[in-house]
Design a protein around this ligand. Sequence first.
Ligand code: URA
Length: 211
Amino acid sequence: MTSHLTVLNHPLVQHKLTLMRKKETPSSTFRQLLWETSMLLAYGVTDDLPLVEVTIDTPVCRTRSPILAGKKLALISILRAGNGLLDGILEVIPAARVGFVGMYRDEETLEPVEYYCKVPAELENRLVIAVDPMLATGNSSVAAIDRLKKEGASEIRLLCLLAAPEGVARMKEAHPDVPIFTASLDEKLNEHGYIVPGLGDAGDRMFGTQS
Ligand code: URA
């Protein structure tokens, strides 16, 4: 049984995360670091995927060797910041199907508003990995996962770069069946809904925009 929260604290992940947190890190470097980190996070979130042995012929002999078994993967990017994690994960899981759920956060209410949804067919037969760099209030992740469940998804994992305790608690309450994988459980949310110490607005850091 996967635990509800897994912190992927590999030294390479932690080092890259520190560089991403620094406010002077420019967008181009931030994107590169996020791309590198997402490949390492992909390793963590798929750590327990089942394998089955098959018979193959190497140039030297016939042997038994493992390949992935079980459900096919679907990666769902929670827009817009999810795309920053998506590309790196696709480098290492190129056969995954990809979907998008567009959520923006109303800056006054902090409530999520859906503006786009396009997901692969037969989500019920796939292991769905939803990606969103920042699990802050948890409102948009909860809403996106509500939507994925309506689309048929039944086995879902949430992968984020940073998580706030408030977001983890909200997810646990709304979706106790969805394990969360993150590079760091940060201290708290501030009064503006930002993760502390965090890294600021992930979308802005990635794309060089400002809210
Ligand atoms: N979204 C972000 O991009 N950053 C935060 O700190 C919280 C939500």
